[in-house]
Design a protein around this ligand. Structure first.
Ligand SMILES: Cc1ncc(COP(=O)(O)O)c(C=O)c1O
Length: 389
């Protein structure tokens, strides 16, 4: 049977890099992997202990479709702790990762054929999920002048109106953040033009000195906020995230959640209750200090590597660098780096189909000694590979 006539979901170039890295590792090579956005170490100790307790004492049946009421209340407490804002737990919905959150939010907020604007470069799943749901993706090409983030002026300049705008701060692949006053300008513009703002805040908690993270939650009641336990708490495989929804989207998302997922993973929910404890915050914050040290290694090495166009990594754990001076496109650059120096990084084409062939993304969620080894290998490889340029 032939597939349904939906737009094909793009295969990422990093999949080939990962497969190649795994093959090389299996053959005995000492590959340094800086290509995936997977935090190191796994869930904090209190979360593991709570999971063990839940395994022993809970039947782990279905929970409420919107998530355990006590976990929704605990997420509200997290907003109070981090941002000093009151968010009604009734607006918080627990989901299967932020990926599941996007599916519910886009389905509830947008209709078939709606135009939704996204920054390019950006996290590719936004465009792929929207396209699979029958929305039209509107690219906003973003560069260093706006820290690779969208602005009201870009929206104003569009030929046709949009129904939505998805932003991420800190962003993947650039790590850049939207300054508080710019976020206010974007949210105000969206509210005035009846454009639904979706704010991906999954990298909150992973920011570096000078950055001011502010949440869209509570400040802009029409916006949809998406977040997750995957990054700050390093709980990628637990598949747990959350939404903070405008009041009018809570019931539609509840109906979708009951039908599409029944409930988010029960074990993960019981375990996540312990993620809001002082010990779990402290463990995760210590990990962020490691990322900060690895980021500094890359920042210090960039001039010697000849990477003079890099996005300012305000947060997350990504370093987006222009390698076009090599004369190679980024896919070839990454393939050769892996084959000749055993370092795996991601070609920018996965995040930016138009200009990504100039860029690579280096994930620095690795211990600083690994970052150091990686930049040494990259430097040695570049000097040998491009000696005659
Ligand atoms: C910007 C961004 N949003 C969302 C996700 C999805 O995360 P998860 O579904 O694990 O919560 C990722 C994963 O890398 C990401 O980089």
């Amino acid at each position: 049977m032939s597939p349904t006539p939906r737009p094909p979901v793009t295969r990422f170039a990093v999949m080939d890099i990962l497969a190649e890295a795994n093959e090389r590792r299996a053959a005995g090579s000492d590959v340094l992997s800086l290509c995936v956005g997977e935090p190191m170490g796994g869930a904090p100790e209190p979360v593991l202990a709570a999971a063990a307790q839940a395994l022993e004492h809970s039947p782990l049946g279905y929970t409420e479709a919107l998530g355990l009421p006590e976990l929704r209340a605990a997420v509200a407490g997290h907003y109070r702790r981090w941002y000093d804002v009151d968010v009604d737990p009734g607006r918080i919905v627990i989901t299967t990762g932020s990926s599941g959150a996007f599916l519910f939010a886009f389905l509830a907020a947008f209709a078939l054929g709606d135009r939704v604007a996204l920054a390019r470069p950006g996290y590719p799943a936004y465009a792929n999920i929207l396209a699979a749901l029958g929305c039209e993706v509107v690219d906003l090409p973003c560069g260093p002048d706006t820290r690779y983030q969208p602005t009201p002026a870009m929206l104003e300049a569009l030929d046709e109106p949009v129904a939505g705008l998805v932003v991420a701060s800190p962003a993947n692949p650039t790590g850049t953040m939207i300054a508080p006053e710019e976020l206010t300008a974007l949210a105000t513009w969206c509210a005035a033009h009846r454009v639904r703002l979706v704010s991906d805040e999954i990298y909150h908690g992973i920011t570096y000195p000078g950055a001011t993270p502010v949440s869209t939650a509570a400040r802009f009641p029409d916006a949809v906020v998406v977040s997750s336990w995957s990054k700050f708490w390093a709980m990628t495989g637990w598949r747990l995230g959350w939404l903070v929804l405008p009041d009018e989207l809570v019931d539609p998302v509840g109906a979708l959640a009951g039908n599409l997922a029944l409930c988010p993973p029960a074990l993960s929910q019981y375990a996540a209750l312990a993620s809001f404890t002082p010990a779990a915050y402290a463990e995760s914050e210590a990990r962020v200090e490691q990322y900060a040290a690895s980021r500094q290694v890359l920042l210090d090495a960039a001039p010697a590597l000849g990477w003079d166009r890099v996005a300012p990594a305000d947060g997350a754990f990504y370093f987006y660098a222009d390698v076009s001076g090599s004369g190679l496109d980024s896919v070839t650059w990454c393939r050769r780096l892996l084959a000749e120096a055993d370092v795996a990084v991601t070609p920018g084409t996965d995040f930016d189909p138009a200009d990504g062939e100039r860029w690579v993304r280096v994930s620095f969620c690795v211990p600083p000694q690994v970052a150091r080894q990686a930049v040494e290998r990259i430097g040695t490889w570049q000097r040998a590979a491009f000696a005659r340029r």
